[in-house]
Design a protein around this ligand. Structure first.
Ligand code: 5AD
Ligand code: SF4
Length: 456
């Protein structure tokens, strides 16, 4: 027996057989959570369906970072219902950041959602589904200790040669535009041994690439084997030394707390991939201050210079917000100046989205949306120009790639990822899936490289 929002229920979930489908939006941490939910539901006796049609339970793992992401979920639920994909019997569980942001309001919206869970309560899903089926009472359960989920989830399943491993939950930075500290809660790091144990299981399943995840991995402070508070750089050395780990990535690495020990680890460990994502958000110091980002555009430039000195082949990608409240044309020009100075690799850029309850939501925002859209267009054209410049420079080079699977467009081709995070396609035998191999880049297409296997 366990207790969920006051209802005492029988949690022998093996008896609740049925099918489920998981849909996921948003960041890589959501992808990680969605995969753990799949493992959990499967371990509880449910059978996964790749499509939502006719599934007994539909689980939505959502993103609340921008209002648009939130709207997509509700549009999806309405469309499924309209097309007969779901019916009165379908149990719809909505979780992730929107679950935590809106909680009970989701039930009150009357959009067909029966269960609301949060990023921290995903592990209670089978029990929630069982309780809902037994009583018909809606369930809202979004609060738990940050790390409880990791202890309660079953062993991860086998999913390709690259695996996400969440090393910390939540964020305590409180950037003024961001809803994440509210939806995922404050920062808490997993103990080092838990992370290493999870990696060991992935390696048993044939995983070659480990991708460490957190809202701000630089501030990782999990307990190490001696029971002392560890650092992210130490974790990097630990993971890099595990036999079988052939490539190591991490996201997100903020400019805040990107200390010299982390730069040194990147210099020391060739196993760390050649691409690092460091969200800058703006090139204007005035806007960075309003965003409560604890660095300046010049300190960001210095950080990138240090990284390029440590690893001349490093590719830097970023996130940029356009149209933060009160952003002037001069502020935007500063962002463009930074973009031209750094010459970022493929990056993400967004128009500022007002999120309820965040400090920036109270700021005056006089700039018309059309003007913001125009600036975004100018910025994205420039970002695209640099990303394709780097791709063009790869023509004729030899690249070590991890073969991730079969190309979606052509089943005779394999799909692989380069160290600098580009997708390459090439002809090759299916038994190469899951292996690291060398290819020559023979053509550069808009977002993909065409390769040829190097025969040793
Ligand atoms: N509006 C627009 N973009 C946002 N991001 C976070 N919050 C907002 C917001 N309110 C962007 C940031 C962050 C990325 C994950 O999402 O650039 O790095
Ligand atoms: Fe949001 Fe800032 Fe935390 Fe990133 S670092 S999740 S932008 S509060």
């Amino acid at each position: 027996m366990s207790e969920i929002t006051g209802i005492r229920i029988n949690t022998n979930a093996k008896l609740q057989m049925g099918t489920f489908h998981v849909a996921v939006w948003g960041c890589q941490m959501n992808v990680y959570d969605a995969d753990r939910i799949r493992d959990l539901m499967t371990a509880s006796g449910y059978v996964e369906k790749a499509e939502p049609d006719g599934a007994d339970v539909i689980i939505l793992v959502t993103c609340a970072v921008r209002a648009k992401a939130e709207d997509k979920v509700f549009n999806q639920i309405a469309t499924w219902r309209h097309r007969g994909v779901t019916n009165d019997e379908t149990v719809i569980a909505l979780g992730g950041c929107v679950g935590s942001e809106l909680g009970q309001q989701i039930i009150e919206m009357n959009k067909g959602v029966s269960i609301v869970f949060g990023p921290r309560t995903a592990h209670r899903l089978p029990a929630m589904v069982a309780a809902f089926r037994a009583t018909g009472d809606h369930i809202v359960d979004v609060k738990a200790e940050a790390l409880e989920k990791f202890d309660a989830l079953p062993e991860q399943g086998q999913r390709g040669p690259s695996a996400f491993v969440t090393i910390m939950e939540g964020c305590s930075n409180n950037c003024t535009y961001c809803i994440v500290p509210h939806t995922r809660g404050g920062e808490d790091s997993r103990p080092e041994q838990d992370i290493l144990d999870e990696i060991a299981i992935h390696l048993e399943h044939g995983v070659k690439e480990i991708h460490l995840l957190g809202q701000n991995v630089n501030s990782y402070r999990g307990l190490n084997a001696e029971g002392k508070v560890g650092r992210f750089s130490s974790l990097l050395y630990e993971v890099a030394s595990i036999p079988g780990v052939e490539r190591l990535r991490f996201t997100t690495s903020n400019p805040m707390e990107f200390t010299d020990d982390i730069v040194q680890a990147i210099a020391d460990l060739p196993i760390i991939a050649d691409s690092i994502h460091i969200p800058v958000q703006s090139g204007s110091d005035r806007i960075l201050k309003l965003m409560k980002r604890d660095y300046t555009s010049d300190s960001y430039r210095e950080l990138v210079a240090k990284l390029r000195k440590a690893r001349p082949n490093i590719y830097i990608s970023t996130d940029i917000i356009v149209g933060f409240p009160g952003e002037t044309d001069e502020d935007f020009a500063e962002t463009m100046r930074l973009v031209n100075d750094i010459k970022f690799d493929s990056s993400f850029s967004f128009i500022y989205s007002k999120r309820p309850g965040t400090p920036a939501a109270d700021l005056e925002d006089p700039v018309p949306l059309d003007h913001k859209r125009q600036n975004l267009y100018v910025l994205q054209a420039k970002l695209e120009e640099y990303a394709s410049m780097y791709s063009q420079q790869m023509l004729g080079t030899r690249q070590r790639v991890l073969v991730e699977g079969i190309s979606r467009k052509n089943e005779n081709e394999l799909k692989a990822r380069t160290s600098n995070n580009r997708i390459a396609v090439f002809e090759g035998s299916r038994d190469l899936v899951g292996k690291m191999i060398d290819i020559d880049v023979i053509k550069v297409m808009s977002h993909t490289l065409k390769g040829q296997i190097v025969n040793a």
